[in-house]
Design a protein around this ligand. Structure first.
Ligand code: IMP
Ligand code: MG
Length: 176
């Protein structure tokens, strides 16, 4: 892999437009809910979560989970490492879990289990990108998906290759 060769997959305005329409869907579905707890999985989902949260109409609280499943490579590790961070009170709260990408689904599955163990009122999931053809995917229901993409390694808008490229305002494929 030559990390300098990037091909734009989703440009900045398509990203921002889709995030606005996702937020509209979420606003409609949570119309009768007074407040929502957004749980953002660090570090990748931060850019997406902040843009999404700015479009939401209900009161929100924000919390973070810190997972790591890639240790500087482009293929996932077999287990998800969880780093301890204080969480807001999740009991009887409506939770929206926000992730950057659904690849094997292991990290989303872990995040759902963790949230469910806190007796919330509900848990829904929102991912910016879903790789539809990834092998051995966990059986996880995703309520909101920004874009379905092919099984390629992508960077930008929070997603990294060895901690680089997170600050790109668009999504790119790193090419061989
Ligand atoms: P999972 O395999 O669905 O558990 O994904 C775990 C994590 O791996 C995601 O939250 C991302 O942080 C990272 N990841 C998965 N696919 C990619 C990719 O194509 N580029 C960069 N990071 C990725
Ligand atoms: Mg992640």
């Amino acid at each position: 892999m030559n990390p300098t060769n990037k091909r734009t997959l989703i440009n900045k305005s398509d990203l921002q437009n889709r995030i606005k329409s996702l937020a509209q869907e979420i606003n409609q579905e949570y119309e009768s809910v007074e407040s929502l707890t957004i749980i953002s999985v660090l570090k990748g989902s931060v850019f997406f979560m902040t843009d999404l949260a700015k479009e939401l109409k209900m009161d929100t609280e924000i919390g973070f989970l810190f997972f790591s499943s890639y240790l500087g490579n482009t293929s996932p590790q077999t287990s998800v490492k969880v780093f301890d961070l204080p969480l807001p009170n999740l009991q009887n709260r409506h939770i929206l879990l926000v992730e950057d990408i659904f690849d094997t689904g292991k990290s989303l599955q872990k995040a759902i289990e963790l949230c469910l163990s806190k007796q919330p009122a509900s848990v829904k999931t929102c991912v910016l990108l879903a790789k539809d053809n990834s092998k051995g995917q966990a059986e996880v229901f995703i309520d909101y998906v920004g874009f379905h993409i092919a099984n390629e390694f992508v960077v930008g808008y929070g997603l990294d290759y060895r901690e680089k490229f997170r600050n790109l305002p668009y999504i790119a494929v790193l090419e061989e």
